[in-house]
Design a protein around this ligand. Structure first.
Ligand code: NDP
Length: 283
C-alpha cells in the first residue's frame, strides 16, 4: 500500500474501502472485516450511512493495531453547526468505539458548515481528530472556504471517475494543498463502467479489469480512491492495482471519456439541497 502525506504531515493510504449503502449491520461488519483482511487500512464511513457501529465492531475484532488503521467518518447536514458538530463528533467516536478519528469530513457544503468547522478545529487541536476536511466542495466554494478558515482542509472528497474528471476542482485543491479523494470511483456502477470498451481494452493489455484500470487512472493523477464492494473477490480485485501503471496514451484515452458533469448528484439543484436538509439521522 502506498501513502500520501496530508498538509499536516499525517499519512493516509492511497486506497481505502467505502461503506455507503451497506446499512445492514451484519453485512457491513463482515464487509469491513473482509476488506481489512484483504489489506485495506482506510475505512470510509459517515454518520449518515447509519453503519458506524458495525464499522466499529469490525475494527474492534479485526486484530490490526488501531494505529495501522485510518478511519474516516463525516458530519451530516443536520449537525452542521458549532454545537451540533461538537455533539456529532462525540457520537461518531462513541458509535465507532474509538477515542480518535484519522479524518473527519464535512459531508455536504450546506447549512452552518463554518460553525461546524470551528468545532472541528477545536477537536483537531484536542487530538480527537488527526485531520479534518470537506466533501462535495467544488472549485469556487472550496477556494472561498480555504481563504476563510484557520486550519486548512486536508482532504476534499468529491465524485471522481472516468466519466467525471472535475479538473477545475482538482486545480483548486492543488493550489491550496488539499488532497483529492474520489467517492464513487466506479460511478456507482453507472454507464456500463465495468464493461466499458476503452477501459476493458486498456485492462486487457495489462492483464487487468476495467475496474482496476478506473482505480489506477485516478491514483495516477494523484487522487485517493475508496471503492465499495460487499463481495470479497471484488475487494481483492480492486486492491490488486499496485503492479501496473497506465501509459500517457492510455491516460489520454480515458481523458476523452469525461462527460463534464455528474449524473449522480447536482449541488446546484434546489431540490437536491432541500433533500439534504430533510434527511434526518436522529431526532
Ligand atoms: P462505487 O463507485 O465504489 O461503486 C460501488 C458499486 O460497484 C457497487 O454496486 C459494487 O457492487 C460495484 N463494484 C465494486 N467493485 C466492483 C468490481 N470490481 N466489479 C464489478 N462491480 C463492482 O460507489 P460508492 O458510492 O460506494 O463510492 C465509494 C465510497 O465513496 C462509498 O462507499 C462511500 O464511502 C464514499 N461516498 C461518499 C460520498 C460523499 O458524498 N462524500 C457519496 C458517495 C460515496 P457490490 O458491492 O455488489 O460488489
Amino acid at each position: 500500500m502506498e501513502y500520501v502525506t496530508l498538509n499536516n504531515g499525517v499519512k493516509m493510504p492511497l486506497e481505502g474501502f467505502g461503506v455507503f449503502q451497506v446499512p445492514d449491520p451484519i453485512q457491513c461488519e463482515k464487509a469491513v472485516r473482509d476488506a481489512i483482511d484483504v489489506g485495506y487500512r482506510l475505512i470510509d464511513t459517515a454518520a449518515a450511512y447509519m453503519n458506524e457501529r458495525a464499522v466499529g465492531a469490525a475494527i474492534a475484532k479485526c486484530g490490526i493495531p488501531r494505529k495501522d488503521l485510518f478511519i474516516t467518518t463525516k458530519l451530516w447536514v443536520q449537525d452542521a453547526s458549532y454545537e451540533g458538530a461538537k455533539r456529532a463528533i462525540q457520537t461518531s467516536l462513541d458509535n465507532l468505539g474509538l477515542d480518535y478519528l484519522d479524518l473527519y469530513l464535512i459531508h455536504q457544503p450546506v447549512k452552518d458548515y463554518m460553525g461546524a468547522w470551528r468545532a472541528m478545529e477545536e477537536a483537531y487541536r484536542d487530538g480527537k481528530l488527526r485531520a479534518i476536511g470537506v466533501s462535495n466542495f467544488h472549485a469556487a466554494r472550496l477556494l472561498d472556504f480555504c481563504e476563510s478558515v484557520e486550519v486548512k482542509p486536508a482532504v476534499d472528497q468529491v465524485e471522481l471517475h472516468p466519466f467525471f474528471h472535475q479538473k477545475e476542482t482538482l486545480k483548486t485543491m492543488s493550489d491550496y494543498g488539499v488532497i483529492p479523494q474520489a467517492w464513487g470511483p466506479f460511478a456507482e456502477g453507472q454507464f456500463g463502467i465495468f464493461t466499458n470498451p476503452i477501459l476493458t481494452e486498456i485492462g486487457r493489455t495489462h492483464g487487468k479489469t476495467a475496474a482496476q484500470v478506473a482505480l489506477s487512472w485516478n491514483i495516477q493523477r494523484g487522487v485517493v480512491v475508496i471503492p465499495k464492494s460487499v463481495h470479497r473477490d471484488r475487494m481483492e480485485q480492486n486492491f490488486d492495482i499496485w503492479d501496473f501503471s497506465l501509459t500517457k496514451e492510455e491516460m489520454a484515452q480515458i481523458d476523452a471519456l469525461d462527460m463534464g458533469h455528474s449524473s449522480i448528484v447536482d449541488h446546484s439543484n434546489p431540490e437536491f439541497i432541500k433533500m439534504l436538509h430533510s434527511l434526518k439521522i436522529h431526532p
